[in-house]
Design a protein around this ligand. Structure first.
Ligand SMILES: *Cc1c(COP(=O)(O)O)cnc(C)c1O
Length: 472
């Protein structure tokens, strides 16, 4: 059996595109969260691989029958969980084109367009979020990888490229990393993987708005210096995952500068908001960061995975990340970017296509309109919560995430937690909406993250009605 030919690809391909469009058009009728039980999806599949091919029609039928029950619908208009992960039609088409080309973009020469289109769209994106040309961008798979890369660059800058000699074994003063206790788990993971060690990772407590406490950060740094440690990196969260809290970037930049620390800004969700000029105060001081990351694969509309990593000094990044064995060297190396040297992995997909298609489809104004819609929806929900007795809002709402809980009278903290967890379960199990129950400094909250591309006001109204009903 040969792999399918072009004619068969056309037949199945058109069928699959129709299937995707039908799926998207009918999304609203599906339960948002998958109702599958553990093992249920696996049980529908044979234990052994097919010995004979030619079964693509069966695969497409099984996709509908056996796979779909195990899908949680992230593009559903009533998806309010985690953070949005929008994948526009145009982005799907860009991904399809990239897969169709099947080209590797590890070096400029392995497909010059993969590098140059990426340079163009990353520069467009830079302009869109109001960053100066001092920043150069590269596409990473995820914010986690970009933050890991940033900490590696910080480590190497502080150690004068110890990787070229004794690395972490050189016995110099231990290097310390600072972030807030509301920072994303990927920061902790990156610090540990980069070899700093948990003993030299400081997760600083946060204030009543869940932003890093500057006084405590400063005290921690001074204490570390006093005992002979070396402050190395500071990770600012602009839009924490818990509550979209905003660390004060400018003040952190002052501290970073004073102590020679690398300043990395994790704006995974919030970076997209900077497409709106009225939101840029949220990361004031960003121009002084050494690196920053945000995820067009979250709120924007470019399908997972596409993370935008911007650095001030690409030469430093390249020096840390490059290996440059002889078989990868090419004649043009002096004149072009070889993106294999800008991140951890070697091979890379032509991800820039989906970002390009997306921007060509919506334009800056189209995106701005949708983001403003989502911000207004969050403000509407915040107003309802604030105006309703026995409901509490646990954090400010600078962006599109609203953190709340129901204060059922007469319950202590433990009972309140169980009660709110029960509310979330009832709403999620109903299939009508999906939100994330989450702990915030010991309090059980209902975290409503608005911003699926399809979410209109009526969906937020329906969620609020469902919450009120469940609480009754
Ligand atoms: C989602 C998120 C991340 C992780 O993003 P990935 O791209 O999935 O690695 C990191 N930081 C923050 C603040 C996030 O919200």
């Amino acid at each position: 059996m040969e792999p399918m030919d072009a004619q068969e690809f056309r037949r199945l391909g058109y069928q699959l595109v129709d299937w995707i469009a039908d799926y998207r058009e009918n999304l609203e009728r599906l339960p948002v969260m998958s109702q599958a039980q553990p093992g249920e999806i696996r049980a529908a599949f044979p234990d052994h691989p097919p010995q004979h091919g030619g079964r693509m029609d069966q695969a497409l039928a099984a996709l509908e029958r056996d796979v779909m029950p195990g899908i949680t619908h992230w593009n559903h208009p009533s998806f309010f969980a985690y953070f949005p992960s929008n994948t526009s039609y145009s982005s799907i088409l860009g991904d399809l084109a990239a897969s169709g080309l099947g080209a590797q973009g590890m070096s400029w020469q392995t497909s010059p367009a993969a590098t140059e289109v990426e340079e163009v769209v990353m520069d467009w994106l830079r302009q869109m979020v109001g960053l100066s040309p001092a920043f150069t961008g590269v596409i990473h798979d995820t914010a986690s990888t970009a933050t890991f890369t940033a900490l590696l660059c910080a480590r190497e800058r502080a150690s004068d490229y110890a990787q070229d000699t004794e690395g972490l074994q050189s016995g110099e003063a231990p290097l310390v990393v600072y972030a807030s206790d509301q920072g994303h788990s990927s920061i902790e993971k990156a610090a540990l993987l980069a070899g700093f060690g948990r003993s030299f990772l400081r997760l600083i407590p946060t204030d009543e708005n869940h932003a890093i406490r500057l006084d405590l950060l400063q005290a921690a740094i001074e204490k570390d210096v006093e005992i002979g440690l070396r402050p190395c990196a500071l990770v600012a969260a602009v839009g924490t995952t818990g509550t979209t809290a905003l660390d004060p970037v400018a003040a952190l930049a002052d501290l970073a500068e004073k102590h020679g620390m690398w300043l990395h800004v994790d704006a995974a969700l919030a970076g997209t908001a900077m497409v709106l000029p009225e939101c840029r105060w949220m990361w004031a001081g960003i121009e002084r960061a050494d690196s920053l990351v945000f995820n067009p694969h979250k709120w924007m509309g470019v399908g997972f995975d596409l993370s935008a990593y911007y650095v001030r000094d690409p030469q430093h990044l390249i020096r840390v990340m490059s290996t440059n064995p002889s078989y990868l060297r090419t004649a043009q190396d002096g004149q072009v970017s070889n993106f294999r040297d800008w991140h951890i992995q070697l091979g890379r997909r032509f991800r820039a296509l989906k970002l390009w298609f997306y921007l060509m489809d919506v334009g800056v104004e189209g995106l701005q309109q949708r983001l403003r819609r989502d911000l207004e929806n969050a403000q509407w929900l915040q107003a309802q919560v604030d105006a309703t007795p026995d409901w509490e809002r646990l954090a400010p709402v600078p962006l599109q995430t609203v953190c709340i809980r129901h204060l059922k009278p007469g319950l202590d903290e433990a009972a309140l937690a169980a009660h709110n967890l029960g509310l979330a379960r009832r709403v999620n199990d109903s299939g009508k909406a999906y939100l994330t129950p989450s702990l915030l400094k010991g309090r059980q909250m209902l975290r409503v993250s608005i911003g699926a591309e399809t979410t209109e006001r009526r969906h937020v109204e329906a969620l609020w009605a469902a919450l009120l009903e469940a609480a009754r």
